[in-house]
Design a protein around this ligand. Structure first.
Ligand code: ADP
Length: 358
């Protein structure tokens, strides 16, 4: 009798490690189904934890080899992938259906934080994820401009479950993203005088009253430096983590260290550092050294290039991802690194959550 059955394949895969995550496929709950049909042909269905999972072929090859080395009767091994985004699903208390909320912060303004936040959001939609982009940078809300959004969100009156009328804000949909900006509510000249409690209330409403729908990721462009918004977010949601953006110079790195310590103080895990504007003007490599020194992942570097400035000004962040853009490869790799770091953070906890929203 042939030894080739589902149990044998499952046993052959038991200790196989995911090459990207360094944990077993079983622990990561990535094996969805094993089928043997026709005889001699094995199909393994794998759930990837994020649309941004890189180098799928390497994982497929690892699985093929593991099965065929232990079960020579398996003449053909097919590996099929589907995606089930893993996340903390922490928006329940606010009524949000968002798997992962990721903050993008910096120690000071002008380092390209909004550019990187918008790029991570857009890049993740390019990879197939459902993404929302929330501009919480009340002091300089530049997301609408960068995304080429010039209309205001509509507010609709709806009837809540208790029969009461409630206002729901429709986010602006652009380039596959759902976008909201606190700048829609806060006149720019008032923003500077906003204090913690007002910010807290506005941000809470913003998160609650917007029709975000079901999202794999919500990317939040944070105000630079201050801890107010981070504290609010940390109290309202269990964030997947924060990405810290800085430029390569020593002084900018010192600001980044402050941002990192601010996130740590409010208990938001730091996913890693992105170096923006690397190149001849500011140098390069400083952020990577700082990340190593601080025991944090380095998520990638984006070159300084006039086209990023032009695209941001023209409301065409998506052009940074066009074939031939000097930033395309770097930005896509940052999206992968951020999403995979989120999965690593989750996997380093007691067990991967099994809750599924979608
Ligand atoms: P922040 O959010 O940190 O204040 P922005 O994202 O608004 O920074 O970027 C500041 C300016 O720098 C913008 O004009 C933007 O287009 C430009 N910029 C951002 N990243 C780059 C880059 N890698 N190369 C060239 N210009 C950039």
């Amino acid at each position: 009798m042939s030894m080739l059955n589902e149990g044998a394949v499952s046993a052959a895969l038991k200790s196989v490690q995911d090459p990207e995550l360094g944990k077993s496929l079983a622990d990561l709950r990535m094996i969805d189904q094993i089928r043997i049909a026709p005889p001699g042909t094995v199909t393994v269905k794998i759930d990837l934890p994020t649309h941004a999972y890189p180098r799928r072929e390497k994982l497929a090859e690892t699985i093929r080899q593991a099965v065929q080395s232990k079960l020579p009767e398996a003449q053909t091994v097919n590996v099929e992938f589907s995606i089930k985004t893993k996340g903390k699903d922490s928006g329940g208390a606010l009524g949000l259906h968002v798997k992962n909320v990721i903050a993008v912060g910096s120690g000071k303004g002008g380092v390209g934080k909004s550019t990187i936040a918008a790029s991570i959001a857009y890049g993740l939609t390019l990879l197939g994820a459902k993404v929302g982009l929330l501009d919480a940078d009340v002091y300089g809300p530049s997301i609408p401009h960068m995304m080429g959004v010039n209309q205001r969100p509509e507010i609709q009156e709806k009837v809540g479950s208790n029969g009461q009328k409630i206002n729901r804000i429709q986010p602006i949909e652009k380039d596959g993203l759902k976008i909201m900006s606190m700048g829609f509510l806060v006149p720019p000249e008032q923003a500077v005088v906003w204090r913690g409690p007002m910010l807290h209330q506005a941000l809470t409403q913003f998160l609650k009253d917007t029709e975000w729908g079901e999202l794999d990721y919500m990317i939040i462009d944070m105000p630079p430096g201050t801890g107010d918004v981070s504290l609010t977010l940390s109290q309202l949601l269990g964030l997947a983590g924060a990405v810290v953006v800085c430029t390569p110079q020593q002084v900018a790195l010192l600001d980044a260290v402050k941002a990192i310590s601010m996130f740590r103080t409010v208990k938001i895990p730091v996913l890693g550092i992105v170096e923006n504007m690397s190149g001849e003007i500011f140098g390069r490599g400083g952020a990577q050294r700082k990340a190593t020194e601080m025991g944090l992942p380095f998520l990638g570097e984006v070159p300084i290039d006039g086209s990023l400035c032009v695209n941001g000004d023209a409301g065409r962040i998506k052009d940074n991802f066009a074939e031939g853009s000097p930033a395309r490869a770097a930005l896509l790799s940052i999206c992968e690194n951020v999403a995979m770091q989120v999965v690593r953070e989750l996997a380093s906890g007691p067990a991967m959550p099994t809750l599924e929203i979608l």
